[in-house]
Design a binder for this molecule. Structure first.
Ligand code: AGP
Length: 630
């Protein structure tokens, strides 16, 4: 998730024409900064050359840099705010990246999966790389094609043709924007699996990761399709496919106000981020396995021999991240047969835990700054353990102090209550578990490939739930006066029940409690009275070890005492209907992957109920996005 802006205008006196590219691009980056704020950069074409500035940290750092070292006036420019994936948030790794002896500038959002082989090919041609990024490889490839394959002849289709040839070589997810000193009035862009939209002006045209990149200048937008290239000048927008054939975009009018545009048109970041979840899972999976199902967690960088000697895993986390660890525990133990404990970070180091060099510590943190978890990781390292961080914030403290990191690629999570990071954390923890199973031989390659294939289907299944969210939203609104809601689940459904309760507490400030469904009869069932709302996460009825029958009897127990039962069940499960006031169906999926789906209706319910109460769902009372105190 990065913010991308492109602009071409010309000053022939026409209305709206001739904005200075710097101003347009900076305004667009400001509105897109929520998409990434690890670094920012801008490049313009002026006086036959490319001029660029880039700076790590927030956009304000780039603005200070530009004040100290201004760019020349220009009518053609591109800009980028980075959410780091490959390479830390440094000045060197910031975009734009230059090539063709500084005459070409490129910015990128996404992951180039085959960047390593392309980099090797370019190094052999003498290219010297300055950064750790896959983006610089794409810039070098584009420059090499333009200069060496096409002879730098703008007449042969110039930058557009070079972009076509480059995209034919790239694998993965990418939105690329490029400018070249030889063509001062052109910006060329390409997209595959990553967002890009065109803004149509009068005597000027725009590109953005989303409409908030140019909403201050035009509301005429063109949605692009997959594997398309768009060439913009001040007066024209040409769309082709990766082989130069004409292609179509879909024009539409943007009726969002600028503020809501930053939320993708949703009323809150919370709702936007719930709807980001298919992409959060997809992006976290991207680039981490090959076509044979071999996991390639290159960035993990822990000695495979050491991983083979691990005899215990301890997951350290807090809050929602701890529930992600609870879910992952079932899968990791099942796949790897390694005892896996999940510890609340703030409890861990005060209980004199048993940790040694054969213990693998897996911390899970969206922010990478949670002090409880950071201190627990430090303690575990002092005891000799190896530490892996699963984190959503590149370059943050916990991954920096860990032996290895497995980043989630959910993009910036702005809302305080965590949603897309939770699904991405479970996904990353599953990838780690499968990697360990592959390394230690617990699973055949075919089995791992099948599980990865099932994981690959999750984004579409989450999207299906989101496309049918109205019913659960309506229930949330109807229960705005609820004073208490209970959540039940078994096996991987138990941490989902806990997470569902936490969402409701955080957002609606009402009593909510998650229980292991089998525990109810050991005391908590005394809470049940007439009309008590109880959510029940029901496992799939398929499979010989299904806990379906047991959970259905738990539903009967509470229903017999007057509870209002709301059931999350797998499509086709008719048995639950007899005992449920409401049933919300989720697509069929293997039991261990079900939390990636069953969580979503609970998030939507909590959001709808809190919104009906008029609460600020992005910044709930008493909470902070990152708890940096113990
Ligand atoms: C989740 O909705 C909360 N915001 C909170 O429980 C959060 O998960 C917890 O504070 C851990 O934060 P981290 O993932 O950034 O470490």
């Amino acid at each position: 998730m990065c913010g991308i802006v492109g602009y071409v205008g010309h000053s022939d006196g026409r209305v709206n024409a001739g904005h200075n590219a710097l101003g347009v691009v900076l305004e667009g980056l400001r509105r897109l900064e929520y998409r990434g704020y690890d670094s920012a950069g801008i490049a313009v074409v002026a006086d036959g050359t490319i001029s660029s500035r880039k700076k790590s940290g927030k956009l304000s750092n780039l603005i200070a840099e530009l004040e100290a070292s201004p760019l020349p006036e220009s009518l053609t420019g591109i800009g980028h705010t980075r959410w780091a994936t490959h390479g830390g948030p440094t000045d060197q790794n910031a975009h734009p990246h230059l090539s063709d002896e500084g005459k070409l500038a490129l910015i990128h959002n996404g992951i180039i999966e085959n960047f390593a082989e392309l980099k090797l090919e370019l190094v052999r041609k003498g290219v010297v790389f300055q950064s750790e990024t896959d983006t610089e490889v794409a810039a070098a490839l584009l420059g090499d094609i333009y200069r060496n394959q096409m002879g730098g002849d703008a007449a042969k289709g110039g930058l557009t043709r070079a972009m076509e040839l480059a995209c034919q070589r790239l694998e993965g997810a990418f939105t690329l924007l490029a400018i070249h000193a030889d063509q001062p009035d052109v910006v060329v862009a390409a997209r595959r699996n990553s967002p890009l939209v065109v803004g149509l002006g009068e005597g000027e045209n725009f590109l953005g990761s989303d409409v908030s990149g140019f909403i201050d200048y035009t509301r005429r937008a063109v949605e692009l399709g997959q594997d398309q290239i768009v060439t913009i000048t001040a007066d024209a927008v040409e769309i082709t496919d990766f082989y130069g054939a004409p292609a179509e975009g879909k024009e539409y009018h943007v009726n969002w106000d600028p503020a809501s545009a930053e939320k993708g048109g949703f009323p809150s970041f919370m709702e936007k981020e719930i709807h980001d979840q298919p992409d959060a899972v997809l992006q976290t999976l991207l680039g981490r396995s090959d076509i044979h199902g071999n996991l390639t967690l290159d960035e993990l960088r822990v000695d495979p021999e050491l991983l083979k000697s691990v005899d215990k895993i301890i997951v350290l986390a807090c809050g929602t991240s701890a529930y992600a660890g609870q879910v992952a525990k079932y899968a990791i133990e099942h796949w790897c047969r390694i005892p896996t404990e999940v510890e609340l970070s703030h409890e861990f180091r005060y209980r004199d835990p048993i940790v040694d060099e054969n213990t693998l510590i897996v911390s899970i943190s969206q922010s990478g700054e949670t002090m409880d978890t950071l201190m627990a990781v430090r303690y575990a390292k002092e005891q000799g353990a190896k530490t892996v961080s699963i984190c959503n914030t590149n370059g943050s403290t916990i991954p920096r102090e860990s032996d290895a990191v497995l980043y989630t690629h959910a993009g910036p999570e702005i809302a305080v209550a965590s949603t897309k990071a939770f699904l991405a954390q479970i996904t990353a923890a599953y990838l780690l578990g499968l990697y360990l199973a592959q390394l230690r031989g617990n699973k055949f390659q075919g089995e791992i490939k099948d599980i990865l294939a099932d994981l690959g289907k999750i984004p579409a299944k989450v999207q299906h739930i989101l496309d049918n969210e109205d019913q659960i939203k309506e229930l949330g609104r109807s229960m705005a006066d609820a004073k208490s809601v209970l959540f039940l689940g078994r096996h991987v459904g138990f941490p989902v029940a806990m997470e569902g309760a936490l969402k409701l507490k955080e957002l609606a400030y009402i009593h909510a409690e998650g229980f292991a469904a089998g525990e109810l009869k050991h005391g908590p069932i005394a809470l049940i009275e007439e009309g008590q709302p109880v959510f029940v996460v029901v496992p799939s009825p398929r499979g010989r070890n299904s806990l379906h029958a047991k959970v259905v009897s738990n539903i009967q127990e509470v229903r017999a005492r007057g509870a209002r039962t709301i059931v999350i069940a797998e499509e086709g499960d008719e048995a639950v209907k007899a005992y449920a006031e409401h049933v919300f169906y989720i697509p069929e999926t293997p039991t261990l992957l079900a939390p990636l789906l069953t969580t979503v209706p609970l998030q939507i319910f909590a959001l709808a109920l809190a919104s009906a109460k008029g609460y600020d769902v992005d910044q709930p009372r008493n909470l902070a996005k990152s708890v940096t105190v113990e």
